[in-house]
Design a protein. Structure first.
Length: 145
């Protein structure tokens, strides 16, 4: 048996509208959004009486998807909201962009802040980490060759 594909990455957020706006500004496309609940959902996530709002966004070309989820019940919890880049667990989502400076400038009004600075790697890439909505670390890469 083999994997068919990686379908999507799921991110839990508290402000769904702000997270959607951020990723739309980044260049993703909203595929759909809505409320979900029911015993099937309780069974899947292992919680009782789950009520969520979800939004699916995809990258241009449709090769990658992101699921943003806001838990209305039970309310989402977090252990460390501003965890550093070297904390264990899922730490970042990386996107390749055409113009890293332009993308960072567009995302700043949506709350994005550089974690460090934009750096160049061996005359091949310009890279940076920035914090987006809910302190999600987004990594940007611009190919120089």
């Amino acid at each position: 048996m083999t994997i068919k594909r990686m379908d999507h990455v799921g991110v839990i957020v508290d402000d769904l509208a702000a997270a959607i706006a951020f990723f739309l500004e980044l260049g993703m496309e909203l595929v759909g959004e809505g409320a979900i609940e029911g015993s099937w959902l309780d069974d899947v996530v292992g919680l009782d009486e789950v009520r969520c709002e979800v939004a699916f966004l995809r990258t241009p070309g449709g090769h990658g998807q992101l699921e943003l989820t806001k838990f209305n019940n039970p309310v989402a919890t977090t252990a460390e909201p501003s965890a550093p880049a070297n904390a264990l667990g899922l730490r970042r989502i990386m996107f390749t962009v055409d113009d890293i400076e332009e993308v960072v400038a567009r995302l700043r009004p949506h709350g994005a802040e550089l974690v460090g600075q934009i750096a160049e790697y061996e005359n091949t890439y310009r890279l940076c980490y920035l914090r987006g909505p809910e302190n999600i670390i987004i990594s940007l890469s611009e190919e120089l060759t």
